[in-house]
Design a protein around this ligand. Sequence first.
Ligand code: 5BU
Length: 454
Amino acid sequence: MTNKEEFLLKAYELGIIKFGNFTLKSGIESPFYVDLRPLVSSPALLKELSDHLLQLLKDSHYQLICGVPYAALPISAAMSLESGVPLILKRKESKKYGTKKMLEGIFSEGQTCVLVEDVITSGKSLVETVEEVEKEGLRVKDVAVVLDREQGGTRLLTEKGYAVHTLFSMGEVIDILYKHDLLKEPEVIRIRSFLKEKPVVRIRSSRVTYEEKLKFQAHPASKKILEIALKKKSNLIASLDVNTSREILDLAERVGEHVVAVKLHTDIISDFSEEYVSRLKKISQDKNFLLFEDRKFGDIGNTQQLQFEKGIYKISDWADLITSHVIAGEESLKVFGDKVGVVTIAEMSSKGALTDEHYKEKAIELSQKASNVIGCVAQSELPSSLLLFTPGVNITSGGDSKGQQFNTPDKVITEYHTDFIIVGRGIYAAARPEEAAEKYRKEGWDAYLRNIKF
Ligand code: 5BU
C-alpha cells in the first residue's frame, strides 16, 4: 500500500468523506459529501497531508503559501511550518474598517504564491480567489488541491494557465475505498455514474438557470414564481409603495403583465378594505402575478402569527409571499405555515444597515433549514438553493436622501446572481409606469440571458 493510500484510509476513518444523499450548496443532489475539516483533530494526519502536498509542489517555485478559507487554512499553516515558507491568509471578505486588507501577513508585490484548496468542484470560486490574490500584486502559478471532485474545476484552472496539483481525484478515492472493501459495488456504480453525468460543465458561468432552479423547488410558491418568470420572461417585482387602494389597483392593472409579483406595504394604505383585496386578487389572477406583502415580521412567533392572521389586513388570507426578519430565530418562522412563501431578510440595501456578513451567514443558515422559506432579500450572492430577491434597484444608480442605495438591474443580476429585482420608485413614480415596468422587465431579463450564455 502506498503512503498516499494509507493516508486516505486513515482520513476516511476520521469521516472526511460520507456516502448517501446530500444536497450541495448549488442544490445538486450528490451521492457523496467531502469535508476535510475533521483533519484538524489529528495533528499527525494534518502533518502527513502537508508532506504530501509539499511533495506535489517539489518542482514549483514559490515564496509564499496561501490557504483558501476556511478548510484549507490549517492545511496551509501546516505546509508553512513544514517547509519554512511564510504563510499569508486570505480573508473571505475584505475588512470593512481600518486597513480594508484582503490579505493578512507580510508580502511584497511580485512575489510568487502557491494557493492551497481542500476540494475543487467547478473551480469557479478558486478562480475568483486566485484573481483576488493577483489583484494584491502577487503572482500565482501553482494551485495545490487535496481532492478533485472531477466536475470541471481542474480544466477551468488549467485553461486559465494555472498548474493544478491534485493529491486525489474522486475516482481514485472510490477505487481505493472499493479495494479495501469500504464501498460496495452498487455504491461504486452509483457514484461513477454521478461523476459521469454530472460534470459541472457550465464552467464559464455558474449562474443557475430558472429552469434548473425550478427542478429542485419543493415549495409551491417558489415553483409558481419561477414558472411565471419563464412564461413572462420577467424577473421583475414592482413595489407599489403608494397610499391609496385606488392607486394600487390602477398601478397593478398597468404593470401587471410585466411582473412576476407586486410587492406591497399594506400598512401604508389609508383606505384598506376587503373589497380592495378581492379586486387586487382578481387582477393578480388575470395578469398572472403573485401578491408579495413586505411586512418584514420581526417579533416572537406568537405575535408574528397574530400579525399574519389577524387585525384588519388578515395577510394570511391573500398573500402568496411575505418577508420576515430572522432576528427572532427559527421557531418564529414556523408560525407562517407552509402555504405562504417566506422570504427572509438576510441583508438590507440601506446605508449602514446592521446586516453584516456574520448576520447574513446566520440568516442563510436558518433560511436553508426552514421548509417554508423560499429565498432571501439580500445585496450579494446566496447559495443557489435559495431564491435571491434584491431591492434597491434603479436604472439611475445612486440613492435617496434617506439612506437607500440603488444599483442597476445589470449589476445585481450579473454580480449577485439576483433572481428577482425589486423596483419601487423606478416604476410607480415614473410618468408612465407601464412603460417603466416593461423597460425594467427587459433590462432584467436581458441581463439574465447574458449571464447564462456561455
Ligand atoms: P425603491 O423605491 O425602489 O427604493 O423601493 C424599494 C422597496 O423595497 C421599498 O418598498 C422598500 O421597503 C423595500 N426594501 C428595500 O428597499 N431595501 C431592503 O433592504 C428591503 C426592502 Br428588505
